[in-house]
Design a binder for this molecule. Structure first.
Ligand SMILES: *Cc1c(COP(=O)(O)O)cnc(C)c1O
Length: 227
């Protein structure tokens, strides 16, 4: 069933991308495996899915040794600074960086490491009080503050708009994130060539692709409803 879901979603991604003249290979699928056991990740891995998203550090630390070493993880949840080291060790990318203290903790955790940690800055484009993320107006200042952390490779922005049943309601937030990324690029605060935009989940990833998403984070549509 997971393999079938992955095939269907990859087809949907390709369809949505070509419909707006984008290349399907420019859109990375992150399979959000939070609250599902390691064996479920293994099934998806065998079906060719190698990048996974996790929200909880303890859960990730527990599952990591039980899944293939080739599996790659993005941390996408709220992250306390005191767990930054564990997250940095298990993940290639932390998508939810939204505080100086957290960036500092990740930087310290990566000092002496042979690799850099890829990060995205999470932006609260919907100004949703229940959502994490920096204020769009403060994003430039935040990027300046973290620019000295040479262990961190800032790849782009991530957002999670207010929950809704209507994907069209997410569209203006996705557009806002893309426009913000463009202006931050012009300021030289994001990479000039390829900026990652992580936006879109099971309910609204097609709209996110139309609005320029390069990373989509899909859980329910692959693994089913979480308990
Ligand atoms: C859980 C989660 C997702 C996946 O949501 P689905 O609706 O199950 O696809 C994506 N992004 C973040 C940040 C999440 O916490």
């Amino acid at each position: 069933m997971i393999a079938d879901n992955l095939v269907r979603i990859r087809e949907e991604i390709a369809r949505a991308a070509t419909a707006c003249r984008r290349r399907p290979e420019d859109i990375q699928l992150v399979a959000v495996s939070k609250l599902f056991p390691a064996e479920v990740i293994c099934q998806a891995y065998q079906a060719g899915q190698h990048c996974f998203g996790e929200n909880y550090v303890q859960e990730l630390v527990g599952k990591r040794p039980e899944v293939p070493a080739g599996a790659e993880f993005h941390f996408i949840g709220q992250l306390q600074s005191n767990k930054a080291k564990l997250a940095a060790e298990c993940c290639t990318m932390v998508e939810s960086v939204d505080r100086l203290k957290l960036a500092q903790a990740l930087h310290r955790a990566m000092l002496g490491s042979a690799r850099q940690l890829e990060i995205l800055v999470q932006v609260n484009v919907g100004a949703d009080p229940r959502k994490a993320g920096v204020d769009p107006a403060g994003a430039a200042e935040f990027l300046r503050q973290i620019s000295g952390f040479e262990t961190l490779l800032v790849r782009g922005l991530m957002t999670m708009p207010p929950l809704t049943d209507d994907p069209e309601e997410s569209r203006p937030h996705f557009r806002h994130l893309r426009q913000l990324a463009e202006s931050l690029q012009q300021l030289g605060l994001l990479p000039a060539e390829r900026v990652e935009l992580s936006m879109g989940m099971s309910g609204d990833y097609r709209v996110a692709i139309e609005e320029g998403a390069t990373i989509i984070r899909i859980g329910t549509a692959i693994f089913g409803v979480r308990k």
